[in-house]
Design a protein. Structure first.
Length: 322
């Protein structure tokens, strides 16, 4: 976890929570209503911002279910899952969850979906469907600023365990689960072959370097150009041209003329290649859902960052002594 990021967002979140309730309640049980969504407060014994963020993330939904599960009132009606307050609160939850990490959120996520499933089985299905929708929006949408497939895998595990959902309802989530399970962080990246401009053939595992960055891109792609510019002008730009970080600029479509014309935009030190076997587009190897996409691998080709924002790649490499 980026310590500076933790401190900045933690301060903002904790300040918002405490200012809205006039301070902690001491036990972490009383909640403050953020519009129509009950906000959990960290107990008074937690005075470290990082721990406070972790507490809020793990217990974010506690008071939401205290109303809905006692049989007296319906959680969806009370908390307004269609309301702006709910959507804003979910946005905060997504940011906090991403900060503390998928491993920390695994058990709370399972509990969340168990409780949502209980509501659905009792006849209140809307909260489950709304949370499923927002989980996909924040953690699986390629354009989300908090895209996190590891986090979404935890959500998918919860969704697929729901007894209130029919098998046909789960089909798209089973497919998403398979995509997210490809090339997970900490696992060996799938190997593939490529061809360079002059016809030279190579493979991912044939690239030698302390790190390898796979930059899936398309000619004429505006976002690809922005990433390229960001890397070239970054504080670690030298690492990308010195060989310390090998860059494989990979094209997976079939417009060879556009691909050749685009070569001049990329540093000459980078490996500029295309998928001459045309096997990467079928989503069985990398599950590419959008271009551009960045994968950072270590020396042994284990995945460090999967489909990561360029800022996250640069931040990681800044912290490495290479």
């Amino acid at each position: 976890m980026n310590k500076m990021k933790v401190q900045i967002l933690a301060a903002a979140v904790v300040a918002a929570v405490f200012s809205s309730c006039g301070g902690s309640n001491g036990g972490g049980e009383k909640s403050v209503n953020n519009g129509t969504f009950p906000m959990v407060n960290p107990p008074s014994y937690i005075n470290d911002q990082e721990q406070a963020v972790k507490y809020i993330a793990k217990n974010f939904w506690d008071d939401f279910f205290k109303i809905g599960l006692d049989g007296k009132e319906k959680a969806g009606a009370v908390h307004g899952v269609d309301s702006l307050a709910f959507l804003n609160s979910f946005g905060m939850y997504a940011q906090l969850a991403t900060m503390v990490g998928a491993q920390t959120m695994e058990s709370p996520m399972a509990e969340l979906f168990h409780n949502l499933d209980s509501l659905a089985l009792a006849g209140e299905r809307k909260p489950l469907l709304k949370v499923m929708e927002q989980m996909e929006h924040y953690f699986f949408d390629p354009n989300s600023p908090v895209l996190d497939e590891e986090m979404y895998l935890r959500a998918l595990d919860g969704i697929l365990a729901c007894k209130s959902l029919q098998d046909v309802d789960k089909m798209q989530y089973e497919y998403q689960h398979r995509l997210c399970s490809l090339n997970r962080a900490g696992t060996p990246a799938a190997d593939f072959k490529f061809e360079e401009m002059k016809g030279n053939k190579g493979s991912l595992y044939g690239i030698k370097g302390d790190y390898t960055l796979i930059f899936f891109n398309n000619p004429g792609c505006h976002a690809c150009g922005e990433i390229l510019e960001t890397i070239v002008n970054s504080p670690v730009a030298e690492k990308f041209t010195s060989g310390k970080v090998k860059v494989l600029a990979m094209y997976i479509d079939e417009d060879m003329e556009a691909w050749r014309e685009n070569r001049g935009k990329f540093p000459k030190e980078w490996i500029y290649a295309h998928d001459h076997k045309m096997i990467l587009r079928d989503n069985n190897i990398y599950g590419l859902r959008a271009i551009p996409s960045l994968y950072l691998l270590d020396k042994e080709k284990r995945v460090i960052l999967k489909d990561a924002p360029v800022g996250k790649v640069i931040s990681y490499l800044q912290q490495q002594t290479i």
